[in-house]
Design a protein around this ligand. Structure first.
Ligand code: FA5
Length: 337
């Protein structure tokens, strides 16, 4: 057999044995047999190279190097394969790096709501819930908003046209304020009452940087034998201070809500020179008509109620300039909280 044929045969046999080596011990034995420095078959072939004629030498020398490189590479590759844990049936390679997945986080408004509940919980207010689809009685009538009141205008509310929802129970609408929960709680419980209710409300307002047609309010209600407006102011001030971490001042401006008497708009300011007062909600002493509607005796109990805009508070704390950011779902915004 000429030298080239011997090299071809060497390569074929070596590659076959390398592929057939079942573990690293068997592979090492193959390496010693074929490439071993003292007794390897390649060593013998190298010794035979001297027999080549001068003309054959470059061709045979090149083939020798190619074969040596191919067998060495095959050995290395097989070694890597054998050192990996077995590939499970079905072609799953458990050693491949996993697909990283993004860890989500709570929406800033949900975080704010949790914090509101936590702060108010420390003041003894428990959280209550009510439906977002309401009837006219709880959204208006029980809140002393008569049939001819402009707040009931269909253009200022999201009335539902769905027949199945309105059948037998009168028109339904998406609640326009969380004050509905005051009624639902007072229908169920006797005084003393100290609750908050945080949730979504809906109004067909024109959308801009501070107005949305779906936003959140926190309603507060405290009813007892001697509840006063001074306590209302204290609770609001302590709440705002706890949430914003500043010495917050609260200002009441006379206002009107059908379900409170007297009624006020609540403004807030903190120690930041040049910042104007910020309107954060409405409040007042629960109107005697509302207390009577739920079967309380207005001569024996009194109460305060307030309704704050959750987005406005959160925007103030984080310096968010546009309320639409909360619902745009831009992860660059959401990741910051
Ligand atoms: C009310 O909704 C009354 N229910 C509050 C109340 C409760 C008064 C209990 C008395 C007793 P008003 O419409 O002002 O009030 O809304 C309260 C707050 O909700 C506002 O101060 C503001 O912070 C927020 N708000 C109102 N409209 C929007 C809107 N379109 N987008 C975002 N926030 C709003």
């Amino acid at each position: 057999m000429d030298l080239i044929s011997q090299l071809d045969e060497f390569e074929r046999a070596a590659l076959a044995e390398i592929a057939g080596a079942a573990d690293s011990t068997a592979l090492e034995a193959v390496r010693v047999r074929y490439l071993g420095a003292r007794q390897g078959r390649l060593k013998d072939l190298q010794g035979s190279l001297g027999q080549a004629t001068k003309a054959e030498k470059p061709v045979v020398g090149k083939r020798f190097n190619d074969v040596k490189n191919a067998v060495t590479a095959a050995l290395d590759e097989r070694k890597r394969t054998l050192s990996r844990p077995a590939v499970a049936a079905g072609g799953l390679d458990v050693t491949l790096p996993g697909t990283p997945f993004e860890v989500g986080r709570r929406h800033p408004l949900m975080q704010t709501i949790d914090e509101f509940k936590d702060i108010m919980g420390r003041f003894g207010f428990t959280a209550a819930d009510g439906p977002e689809i309401e009837d006219e009685y709880h959204n208006f009538e029980a809140l002393n908003i008569p049939l001819d009141h402009p707040a009931r205008d269909p253009l200022d509310n999201f009335y539902l046209a769905t027949a199945s929802l309105t059948a037998g129970t009168g028109p339904r609408l998406l609640r326009s304020q969380t004050s509905t929960v005051q009624i639902r709680v007072m229908e169920q419980q006797r005084p003393p009452i100290r609750i908050i209710s945080v949730g979504r409300v809906y109004r067909p307002d024109t959308i801009d940087a501070t107005h949305s047609c779906m936003f959140h309010q926190m309603e507060g209600l405290m009813v007892g034998e001697t509840v006063t407006m001074a306590e209302l102011k204290t609770v609001l001030r302590l709440f705002a201070r706890a949430y914003l971490g500043h010495d917050v001042h609260i200002r009441f401006r006379p206002s009107f809500f059908p379900f409170t008497e007297p009624s006020v708009e609540v403004d807030m300011s903190w120690n930041e020179p040049g910042k104007p007062w910020l309107e954060i909600g409405g409040a007042g002493m629960v109107d005697p008509n509302v207390l009577s509607a739920v079967g309380y005796d207005p001569d024996r109990v009194s109460g305060f109620a307030f309704g704050l805009g959750v987005e406005r508070f959160c925007m103030r704390r984080y310096g968010i300039r546009d309320i639409r950011l909360f619902t745009n779902n831009d992860v660059r915004f959401l990741r910051q909280f």
